[in-house]
Design a protein around this ligand. Structure first.
Ligand code: 2P0
Length: 330
């Protein structure tokens, strides 16, 4: 019986200058470049097996069979990869996240990067990271960045064959920490995909960000290159605030922050007054990221762990890009 199996591990990434808005929804071409940090402790492991024994595609996430949009997005991505490999065997896909799914912690980034890398290996497509990044992008835009480790920039382009991510600096270039803060209360009314579309079509702030994003990207590249943590933090916070202003001024209003988000933002401001270098960024969920330097991480974590509305903190370092591993999930 014809059968082929592979497993990949991909880390999530935290957007420092965010991807917000598409110029092409089908090809997933972004309106702007974006810059992220691939982290080491939030990962998806995915095993893919293409085999004659499967009559249809199956997708399991954290041991639960998925249906609806989650399953359809995976099947659509498998179809794209199968057409590239000129092969039509159905597949079983099993994924495991070591962190909450769909909570603004970029599970689609690690998820589609792991799916792409595992599938391409199982399909014997011999692709380089740039090609993997372009393919992964079609599953979920931010996953194009998780193919690479460390500090990564995803390039906008009008052509599908020219929009891919590339590494700006490897994980050892700048030793910083991303403390992921997971709240007891979770809120998510809109998927990122819906939110981006609504924002682009309805927020008067959307164009305003396009006017300043090139400057933000320049500052972020410089901050990374020169290991300037203050510039990195200030620039990430400013872009985060702009993106969430766009969300808030959309119709319908998109608000991802909860009371706890604002409380932690105020705490971070107090940290800075007390000489602790810390900055925030928030993606499309109420959970948030505190960017800091290694020497402050333990103290910040200790303070956060005393706060009753925080269920978990994860201290992440810069991490590796997506890779093939030997331990299959089935
Ligand atoms: C980012 N986000 O740069 C931004 C900031 C969330 C907030 O990219 O529609 O799941 O699949 O391309 O990649 C998450 O969006 O969106 C995201 P699709 P994706 O990380």
């Amino acid at each position: 019986m014809k059968s082929t199996k592979a497993t990949a591990l991909a880390n999530s990434n935290t957007a420092l200058i965010k991807y917000w808005g598409k110029q092409d929804e089908k090809l997933i071409l972004p309106m702007t470049n974006s810059i992220s940090l691939t982290v080491d402790s939030l990962s998806t492991t995915t095993t893919v097996e293409f085999s004659e024994k499967y009559q249809e595609d199956h997708f399991f996430l954290n041991d639960e069979k998925q249906t609806g949009t989650a399953e359809n997005r995976v099947i659509e991505h498998l179809n794209l990869l199968r057409s590239k490999a000129k092969m039509n065997l159905k597949a079983k896909v099993m994924s495991r996240n070591n962190f909450p799914t769909a909570a603004g912690l970029a599970s689609s980034a690690s998820g589609f990067a792991a799916l792409t890398v595992a599938s391409c290996k199982a399909l014997d497509l011999k692709l380089n990271q740039k090609e993997l990044s372009m393919l992964s992008r079609r599953g979920s835009g931010s996953s194009a960045r998780s193919i690479f480790g460390g500090f990564v920039e995803w390039i906008k382009a009008d052509e599908a064959s020219e929009s891919y991510a590339k590494q700006l600096a490897n994980k050892d270039h700048f030793d910083m920490r991303d403390i992921v803060v997971i709240f007891k209360q979770q809120k998510r009314e809109f998927s990122t995909r819906e939110a981006m579309k609504i924002s682009k079509e309805t927020s008067p702030m959307f164009k305003a960000r396009l006017d300043v994003v090139e400057t933000s990207l320049d500052k972020m590249r410089k901050a990374i290159e020169q290991r300037d943590f203050t510039l990195l933090g200030q620039t990430a916070e400013a872009d985060c605030n702009l993106v969430h202003s766009i969300a808030l001024t959309s119709k319908p209003k998109l608000s991802f922050w909860i009371d706890e988000t604002v409380k932690i933002i105020n705490l971070i401001k107090d940290f800075r007054k007390g000489g602790i270098a810390a900055y925030y960024t928030v993606d499309t969920g109420s959970n948030m990221h505190i960017l800091t330097l290694p020497q402050f991480a333990a103290e910040i974590e200790m303070i956060l762990n005393r706060i009753p509305y925080i269920v978990k903190t994860v201290v992440c370092k810069p991490g590796d890009g997506a890779k093939i591993i030997d331990n299959h999930l089935f």
